[in-house]
Ligand binder design. Structure first.
Ligand code: DLL
Length: 438
């Protein structure tokens, strides 16, 4: 790899549509066979749907393959959807949120290499080079963000600072002293850094940052403008999900009008979330991915629940991969709080087990100083409230601890007088997401 090449792998990044389709078909055939042969769940699923893995004759045949869902992953927890022996698996990650069965994903050595390759290609193609210094401020752990960017940047040959999230003043000091040129973190954390910088007199114009690869949560164009203005960087939207890979599934190029999907490794479809019907290019619906090169944890038509649409137009950057519009919400009720995925049902499960609470609650999410905040308002029983037999502040703290130990994020609890939380005659409104009103 020479430092002045424009693309990481020009043959692939600028391949013709036909060439991409040819690669996709060959790899799809291989993946379907691999799933069928090496995993009982997929064998039964495909068999029940009448799919003969030896008869995948065109990409159109993809539509015959049944969808895979998060519930399938949960039902087969922890390793039931792995398609290689565990002895071949060298790493696992898991989707954030720890109540119930999280979704565990596994990688063989080849999978890790393929992951690094996918993300390295994305980073290189927008201009990251060996002499760049990459500050990875995504969490390291079961979350895929930290390790994903670490391996990709190392593959390019960059110097990596695996600083993880938090301790923002130190982040800024490191950024200044080590002369970081690239940052990878969530967009909300990026803006929070900007604020801490302003309060502590750090000026981004004096630093060396050029690019931010920002993702892990939805963000708007106005947030992008704000980040670019305050941090003086190109803020590129990076998308991915653990079930499919982690970061590295798709990312914006410098044109910033859609996220190129690494099409030689993933086939993207958009479906109507209600009917499952495949929609056309440009039509908005749920993103579905099929992996084409994964060994330990391939996915066939995985329903992401993310809402987007596909853009199939020539791009000025020269890449020919199809693009997806930035995800604009979800078709389920999953919340993303500071990068952590959370379902309201996880909170409910904890609350309903606590004596003296009523089953009336409201989860209030907001973004204050660019950081997500989350509170839960919950009614206490009449008895507790009127007889004042308990220190309510103490009770709140004990509920907060219970939520933290089972969900893994700090949620502020506010106890409310009985019958003060609005009732509903239809579906209960359990979440008030004030971020959507901003
Ligand atoms: O968030 C992977 C990742 C890490 C992507 C770092 C980019 C950067 P999960 O924890 O499994 O994986 O969460 C996946 O997060 O289905 C989306 O709902 C949401 N998400 C991820 N990136 C974006 C983005 C990682 N750029 C879930 N825009 C996905 C909108 C995003 N939503």
């Amino acid at each position: 790899m020479t430092a002045n090449k424009k693309f990481w792998d020009e043959n692939i990044s600028t391949a013709s549509k036909d060439k991409i389709k040819e690669i996709q078909l060959e790899r799809l055939r291989k993946t379907v066979k691999h799933c069928y042969k090496n995993n009982n769940f997929y064998k039964k699923r495909l068999g029940d749907a009448g799919v003969n893995p030896d008869k995948i004759n065109s990409l159109e045949d993809l539509k015959k393959i049944p969808f895979t869902t998060k519930d399938d992953l949960r039902d087969n927890y922890p390793f039931g959807l792995f398609c290689t022996p565990l002895s071949e698996v060298v790493r696992v990650h898991a989707s954030s949120g720890t109540t119930g069965n999280p979704t565990v994903v596994g990688y063989t050595k080849n999978d890790l290499d393929m992951w690094a390759e996918n993300l390295a290609r994305i980073m290189y193609d927008v201009g990251v080079r060996k002499d760049d210094i990459v500050q990875v401020s995504h969490g390291f752990g079961l979350f895929t963000g930290g390790f994903g960017f670490l391996s990709a940047a190392e593959k390019i040959g960059c110097m990596v600072i695996p600083i993880s999230g938090g301790v923002t003043e130190r982040q800024l000091k490191v950024m200044k002293d080590y002369k970081s040129t690239v940052i990878a973190c969530t967009p909300s954390y990026c803006l929070y850094m900007a604020e801490v910088a302003e309060n502590t007199g750090v000026k981004f114009e004096d630093l060396n940052l050029k690019f931010g690869f920002l993702g892990g949560e939805p963000w708007t164009d106005s947030m992008k403008d704000e980040i670019e203005k305050r941090l003086k960087i190109k803020a590129l939207n990076s998308y991915g999900l653990s079930e499919v890979l982690g970061p590295g599934v798709s990312c914006e190029c410098l044109e910033q009008n859609g996220l190129h999907i690494n099409e030689d490794h993933f086939i993207a479809e958009i479906i109507d979330p209600d009917t499952g019907k495949t929609l056309d290019i440009g039509e908005k619906g749920e993103l579905v991915f099929t992996s084409l090169t994964k060994e330990a944890f391939p996915v066939l038509r995985y329903r992401t629940k993310d809402i987007s649409y596909l853009i199939d137009e020539p791009c000025a950057c020269g890449k020919t991969f199809i693009k997806m519009a930035k995800p604009m919400g979800r078709s389920d009720d999953m919340l993303i709080i500071r990068g952590v995925n959370l379902f309201p049902s996880q909170i409910e499960e904890v609350l309903l087990k606590i004596k003296d609470l009523e089953p009336h609650y409201l989860i209030v999410v907001d973004r204050v100083n660019y950081m997500d905040t989350i509170e839960v308002w919950v009614e206490v029983s009449e008895k507790i409230f009127h007889e004042k037999i308990m220190d309510l502040e103490f009770f709140e703290k004990s509920i907060e601890e219970k939520l933290y130990s089972s969900i893994g994020i700090r949620i502020k609890v506010k106890l409310k007088e009985p019958k003060t939380i609005e009732r509903s005659e239809g579906k209960a409104k359990r979440v008030w997401d004030k971020r959507k009103e901003k």
